[in-house]
Design a protein around this ligand. Sequence first.
Ligand SMILES: [Fe+2]
Length: 195
Amino acid sequence: MIRRPGPTAHPRIAAFVEECRRAELAQAETADIVLAVAPALLALLAHTKEFLLPEHYRRVSGRYGRNVVYVSPDGGVSLFTLIWEPGQWTPVHDHGTWGVVAVLDGVLEERNYIRVDGHRDVTDGIQLCRGGVTLLAPGTVTTFVPNPDHIHVTGVPPTRGPAVSLHLYGREMNNYNVYDVNAGTRRLIDVAYEV
Ligand SMILES: [Fe+2]
């Protein structure tokens, strides 16, 4: 089941989500929201053993595992553990919202793309250039904001060990924009998660 607030949310999660929601209300710009939420997620990392259960470490055949930890009833924020086996990657995507990501175990790799066609909201005629790469080790917190979109691929190369990461998004993350780099298009794709 999806963990709703109240008695079903672990007190650590409830307090963290409350802090995130306060940041959303207090800050008009997403860049300021992640500025406030990033240290809160960093602090939460010290307590993951208290609220992460075996179900949050489930693996999925054929793709990386997405296990829900919390989704707010109004869809305002959502928190997931992502379980990465070597060789598992996302498609090229953006989330259409802000997000804060922390690595719990292993090294997660993020490869960035930069949109250079001069448009933000048009879904075809998209031109992307490959950008830099970030290697996220345990204890690292990274963030992103939308518009201009943060376009990236995340995963673990086959030569590296498995990884576990914790992802907070500024909405229920049940779909995202997936890019076809060669065709220059993107479309909104539903993404599954384990509840
Ligand atoms: Fe992503």
